[in-house]
Design a protein around this ligand. Structure first.
Ligand SMILES: CC(C)(COP(=O)(O)OP(=O)(O)OC[C@H]1O[C@@H](n2cnc3c(N)ncnc32)[C@H](O)[C@@H]1OP(=O)(O)O)[C@@H](O)C(=O)NCCC(=O)NCCS
Length: 331
């Protein structure tokens, strides 16, 4: 029997217009362009402005563009999964809202919360629905409005994050392209190092949680950096090893964009030259679940059918993982 694989057949990103530069951050906290660029590789990031606009707005814009680009009507979609850590509401989920905004009705849609590994988790999950043969068109979205939970008085975190979204269409492939292997991992013992303390069921919002700035991202940067470098490189090496890949036959590394130094360490460990690594952190910063689809969107014109891509991510939880896929089309 021919094996059905889930192949990405379209990609679309969306970033808000407003550009928050390092120069503007210098007016907000004690920092400077030289420190930010040398420590992180980030020059600017996008910020979603506008009353009442959340992650669903950016996700819906990406999905609308994806449907138009792939000549797909909303009625053809079988399932939509949204990875986000900044949902519009505790409920309903952001995927439900996106479907409503783009006219996708009466199909399953739900969110995945795995912080910066969210898109990789969602892609892993979405691909299974295609592989069973049951679903023909699945959309996977990554969308995060990090500016909603970033403390712009905390110089250690506010320089890192930005807003954005990306969406892919998954369809069956029987020619040997598509998602070939994936690994997802987590370790909840990472909770103290990267979290948003209040606003959930453990510490619901109170005047005190607001006064204590507990609704913002808390991060122990040095600890997170250490775990990220080790685990992202380990999991990428693991997926390469078990699929007989070396640095030479990997066409592209598509890493989560958290810090340019983490990306370089991962590429180095994999034996992949930086000319084969997708990097757009300088433009967008860390957009959490959107980094990987935004990379694929930016590099789409350079991708060839059959290219070997290794996706790798690391995030809060901790969560991490890697996907090996063969690219399915020429743009
Ligand atoms: C946050 C991060 C960039 C900080 O870089 P670092 O090299 O570890 O820097 P440190 O935290 O050790 O800080 C070094 C010094 O710079 C200072 N500093 C921190 N932020 C600064 C800023 N924005 N501007 C200027 N100086 C800053 C610190 O206060 C510290 O000063 P000190 O030595 O006088 O105390 C880095 O740890 C990182 O990228 N961590 C991982 C983040 C991540 O991946 N998060 C998302 C996971 S998906």
């Amino acid at each position: 029997m021919t094996q059905i694989r889930a192949s990405i057949t379209g990609i679309q990103g969306y970033v808000p217009e407003y550009i928050l530069t390092n120069a503007e951050l210098e007016t907000m906290v004690a920092t400077n362009d030289e420190w930010i660029v040398s420590r992180t590789g980030i020059k600017e990031r996008r910020i979603l402005k506008g009353e009442g606009l959340g992650s669903s707005h950016m996700g819906a814009e990406a999905v609308k563009g994806l449907l138009a680009k792939t000549n797909t009507s909303p009625g053809e979609i079988d399932l939509l999964i949204c990875a986000t850590t900044t949902p519009d509401f505790v409920f309903p989920c952001t995927a439900n809202l996106i479907c409503d905004m783009v006219g996708i009705r009466n199909v399953g849609s739900f969110d995945i919360q795995a912080a910066c590994s969210g898109f990789l988790y969602a892609l892993t999950l979405g691909s299974q629905f295609i592989e069973t043969g049951k679903y023909k068109k699945v959309i996977v979205v990554g969308s995060d409005k990090m500016s909603a939970i970033v403390d712009y008085t905390d110089r250690k975190t506010c320089i890192l994050f930005g807003d954005g979204a990306g969406a892919v269409l998954l369809e069956p492939d029987t020619e040997g392209n598509g998602i070939i292997d994936s690994i997802i991992k987590s370790d909840g013992a990472g909770y103290p190092y990267l979290n948003q303390k209040a606003g959930g069921s453990r510490y619901p919002p109170t005047r005190e949680t607001v006064d204590n700035r507990q609704h913002f991202v808390y991060q122990d940067g040095a600890q997170v950096f250490k775990f990220a470098v080790t685990n992202m490189a380990d999991v990428a090496a693991e997926i390469m090893g078990r699929n007989g890949l070396t640095g030479d036959n990997v066409s592209w590394l598509v890493p989560h964009q958290a810090n340019r130094r983490i990306i370089e360490a991962t590429a180095n460990r994999m034996g992949v030259g930086m000319e084969k690594v997708m990097v757009n952190i300088q433009k967008y910063g860390n957009t959490t679940a959107a980094t990987i689809p935004l990379c694929l969107w930016d590099y789409e014109s350079q991708l060839k059918k059959g290219d070997n891509l290794i996706l790798a991510a690391f995030g809060g939880g901790f969560t991490w993982g890697s996907i090996y896929l063969k690219w399915g089309y020429q743009a």
